[in-house]
Design a protein around this ligand. Structure first.
Ligand SMILES: C[S@@+](CC[C@H](N)C(=O)[O-])C[C@H]1O[C@@H](n2cnc3c(N)ncnc32)[C@H](O)[C@@H]1O
Length: 276
C-alpha cells in the first residue's frame, strides 16, 4: 500500500473507531484488507482505501473498520479482574447497595462476549446472595459482527478450552455439533448492543462497575483521556473501573485513581469528577 493510502486509512480509522494505526502496520493492513477489497470488487487495497474518501456504502466503511480491529478475547482473561470482581467488588457492592438492591455493570468493548459471560457465571455462582437483586449487565462493542456472535452464545472448542475451567464448561455449556452453546439463562442476563466508545456515553445510563479492557490500548493518548473522562461521569463516587493488564490511567487522565487494592482496579477520583 502506498504511504499516501496508508495515511488515508489511518485518518479514516482514527475518526471512525479511535484506532491509532502506526506505519509498521502496513503489511497487516494489506493482509486484512485484501479480502475486503475483493469482496467489494476493488482491484487491490490501494483502490479500496482511495474509495474511502469518496462516496462509498456504509457496508464498505464498516467492513474496513471491522477488518482492522483486533477482537481477541477469552474467558476469565488475566484472572485478576475476575478475582477482583468475586472477592472485592461484589462483596463491597453487596453492602453498599443493600437498600436499592440494584447493580449495573458495563463491559465497554466486549468482543465475542467471553468477558460479560465470565462475569455472569461468577454472579450465578454467588447463588442466593443476590436473590431479589436487579442486576444489569450491558455489553457493547463497535463491531456488529462481534455483537451478533456474542448474542448467539456459541463458541468453538478452542474458545471454551481457553481460560474456562472444566467445571464451568460442564455447568454452563452444551455441546452441539462442533459448537459449545452457553445456557439460555446466562445469555438472557446480558444486554448486548453495538456501541462506539467515541459516541456520547450518557444514553447508556449509570454504572457501578465498568470493564473497559484491552481497547484503550489501541487509542491515542487524547482519545484515551476523553473516554476515561466520559466513563467517570457515568459512575457514582464509589464505582469501579477495570482496565486491561497492559493499561493504566496513570499519566493518561486524572479522572480515576488506582484503588487501594491495586491490581488493575480504579476508582473515580472524586475531586476530578467534579471538575471534568
Ligand atoms: C481486544 S478486544 C477486547 C475484548 C475484551 N474486552 C477482552 O479484554 O478480552 C477489543 C475490542 O474493542 C472493540 N473496539 C474497538 N474500537 C472500539 C470503539 N471505538 N468502541 C467500542 N468498541 C471498540 C473491538 O471491536 C474489539 O472487539
Amino acid at each position: 500500500m502506498s504511504p499516501e493510502h496508508f495515511d488515508g486509512l489511518s485518518r479514516f480509522l482514527l475518526s471512525r473507531s479511535g484506532l491509532s494505526l502506526t506505519p509498521d502496520k502496513t503489511y497487516l493492513a494489506e493482509v486484512r484488507l485484501t479480502p475486503v477489497a475483493k469482496k467489494h470488487g476493488y482491484e487491490n487495497v490501494d483502490e479500496l482505501v482511495a474509495a474511502l474518501s469518496g462516496f462509498v456504502s456504509e457496508q464498505i466503511l464498516n467492513d474496513v473498520m471491522e477488518a482492522m480491529t483486533t477482537n481477541e478475547s477469552f474467558f476469565f482473561r488475566d484472572e485478576v479482574p475476575f478475582d477482583n470482581f468475586r472477592k472485592l467488588i461484589l462483596p463491597y457492592l453487596h453492602k453498599a447497595r443493600a437498600t436499592s438492591r440494584r447493580l449495573r455493570i458495563w463491559c465497554a468493548a466486549c468482543s465475542s462476549g467471553q468477558e460479560p459471560y465470565s462475569l455472569a457465571m461468577i454472579l450465578d455462582q454467588m447463588g442466593a446472595q443476590f436473590d431479589g437483586w436487579l442486576i444489569d449487565i450491558v455489553a457493547t462493542d463497535i463491531s456488529q459482527e462481534m455483537i451478533t456472535r456474542a448474542k448467539s452464545g456459541e463458541f468453538t472448542d478452542f474458545e471454551v478450552n481457553r481460560g474456562l475451567p472444566a467445571d464451568l464448561r460442564r455447568s454452563y455449556f452444551r455441546e452441539q455439533g462442533t459448537k459449545w452453546v452457553i445456557s439460555p439463562a446466562l445469555r438472557k442476563r446480558i444486554d448486548f448492543r453495538v456501541f462506539n466508545l467515541l459516541d456520547d456515553l450518557s444514553p447508556l445510563g449509570q454504572f457501578d462497575l465498568v470493564f473497559c479492557r484491552n481497547v484503550l490500548i489501541y487509542f491515542e493518548p487524547d482519545t484515551k483521556a476523553t473516554v476515561l473522562e466520559r466513563i467517570v461521569k457515568l459512575m457514582p463516587d464509589d464505582g469501579f473501573l477495570s482496565l486491561g493488564a497492559a493499561e493504566t490511567v496513570i499519566g493518561v487522565s486524572d479522572a480515576f485513581r488506582l484503588s487501594d487494592s491495586g491490581r488493575g482496579l480504579y476508582r473515580p477520583n472524586t475531586s476530578m469528577k467534579r471538575a471534568v
